[in-house]
Design a protein around this ligand. Structure first.
Ligand code: FAD
Length: 445
């Protein structure tokens, strides 16, 4: 029974939520239990509590973003990152309200803002808060501020270590609640776990990846300015993956660099000896793929993701809705299904700009022969003689194609954010159960 419960995705997801709440609140409870808080008044105790919870939530961000497979497999990267953003803002709010409340209730504490004369514990609080403010500002306004992704990621890591490290230093320095040795140890341990996760993610995991390199076997042009990058494991067996999942790719340079990019596998999950990605030339890194010479070393961190039909073994069939480069996970799903001789119905609604832009057009036609696959192309700029679907994937278009018994299928959407939102809303209006709709966002940050 226990085993069964832990296997159910909902039970596992609830388990992690419980663990999160426990870790966030436990240190606070322990801190308050013994010795009991001295009569310093409600607002001061409340302000301190906010500071402790905010700090614990900040430390837990290292766990949430450490790509721990078990946690990731329960929610998917999209939800984890949304949770990361939301809880960071909540923690930020608590950390800011904590001193403001003190300044209001005990006006003499405002002197601590005088950085030159303030004791080191207050200086740590000021510096930690500044690091946190910078962290939040550069993340929310990264694009308007024109900060490229890689430098932002490096600074994000440094600022978060600074914010948490200085926060813990401040809490230990103030000592009101941590004066007892074991309480200091408790918070010190939390900081060390966070530090360990950073070291694991940035040093140990990349070092482990150097033991399992890949070689670029071919770079093949596809329609729509997309390039298939085919990798072969070198000296190991590669990895099996569930079709629809993705991996972080580092090319040529060392995996210790922060230059890794997420890409969905486009090949069959059953063939670890040749892993393919379909990469659209859109920016600094993706535009260089076409020039990558065969034999170039590559590293993969994966597989990750929950955007896969393998989680829905009982589904009667699947509706795949792709826009542009969002076809890559669908391609993997279809190729794998064909190899497995999956006889369930697949409907692919695939939006492209023009007929000539349709990535994998010919491959998809061949798959129609091997699978129960219905292919609906939707063109934004159709040729004159075009009699198929055109324009946008909206409610009317979906009504024409998705099955009457909506709940019998699982729906997978991967496209530009605007199209994903519109399709999600349309499916909702068409009474597709929300639990049957799965989305993969390609724009994480
Ligand atoms: C789960 C997932 C699967 C994806 N699958 C595919 C795929 O199959 N094919 C495909 O062509 N693209 C895919 N992408 C998108 C791809 O990762 C980005 O287009 C690529 O990283 C952009 O890098 P760039 O340097 O060329 O572009 P830039 O012009 O430098 O960046 C464009 C935007 O891409 C994002 N980005 C840039 N670098 C990174 C990075 N290292 N990590 C995460 N995001 C970054 C940022 O939002 C940035 O603003 C996927 C993304 C995700 C999250």
């Amino acid at each position: 029974m226990k085993r069964l419960l832990m296997r159910s995705p909902i039970a596992v997801a609830l388990f992690w939520i419980g663990a999160y709440l426990l870790v966030t609140l436990l240190p606070l409870l322990i801190l308050l239990i013994y010795p009991p808080p001295g009569g310093r008044g409600f607002w001061i105790e409340f302000s301190v509590a906010l500071g402790f919870i905010g700090l614990a939530m900040m430390a837990l961000q290292f766990v949430i973003t450490a790509r721990i497979n078990r946690i990731e497999a329960s929610y998917g990267i999209d939800i984890l990152l949304q949770f990361h953003r939301f809880t960071s803002l909540v923690a930020f709010f608590m950390v800011l309200v904590h001193p403001v409340m003190l300044f209001v209730v005990q006006p003499e504490t405002r002197q601590l803002l005088n950085f030159i004369e303030a004791p080191w514990r207050a200086r740590m609080a000021i510096l930690g808060t500044l690091a946190f403010i910078l962290l939040v500002v550069t993340t929310i306004w990264r694009k308007p501020l024109g900060i490229p992704y890689e430098p932002w990621r490096t600074s994000h890591t440094i600022l978060s270590v600074l914010a948490v490290g200085l926060g813990v230093g401040h809490a230990i320095g103030v000592g009101n609640y941590l004066g007892l040795f074991w309480k200091g140890i408790l918070w010190g341990a939390m900081a060390l776990i966070a530090l360990w996760l950073i070291i694991y993610v940035r040093l140990i995991k990349p070092w482990m990846m150097t033991k399992k390199p890949y070689l670029v076997e071919a770079v093949i042009p596809q329609r729509g300015d997309v390039w298939t990058l085919a990798l072969r494991p070198w000296g190991h067996e590669g990895f099996c993956f569930q079709p629809g999942q993705f991996a972080w790719l580092t090319l040529d340079i060392t995996p210790f660099s922060m230059r890794e990019h997420p890409f969905s596998m486009s090949s069959s999950g059953e063939h670890p000896e040749r892993i393919e990605f379909g990469i659209k030339a859109l920016g600094d890194f993706t535009s260089t793929i076409k020039e990558v010479p065969p034999g170039t070393k590559a590293y993969l961190d994966g597989p990750y993701g929950v955007f896969t039909i393998d989680r829905y073994q009982d589904a009667a069939g699947f509706v795949l809705i792709a826009g542009g480069i969002g076809i890559t996970p669908m391609m993997s799903i279809l190729v794998t299904a064909a190899e497995r001789k999956d006889d369930r119905p697949f409907l692919l609604i695939y939006a492209s700009k023009t007929w000539n832009d349709i990535t994998y057009r010919e491959e998809l036609e061949k798959l129609e022969e091997r699978l129960d696959l219905t292919l609906i192309h939707v063109l934004r700029e159709p040729p004159e003689e075009w009699t198929g679907e055109q324009g946008y994937v909206d409610k009317e278009l979906l009504t024409r194609h998705i099955p009457k018994h909506r709940g019998s299928r699982q729906y997978f959407i991967c496209a530009a954010p605007k199209m994903m939102n519109q399709v999600e809303r349309a499916l909702h209006e068409l009474d597709v159960p929300v639990t049957n709709v799965h989305m993969e966002h390609f724009n994480l940050a």
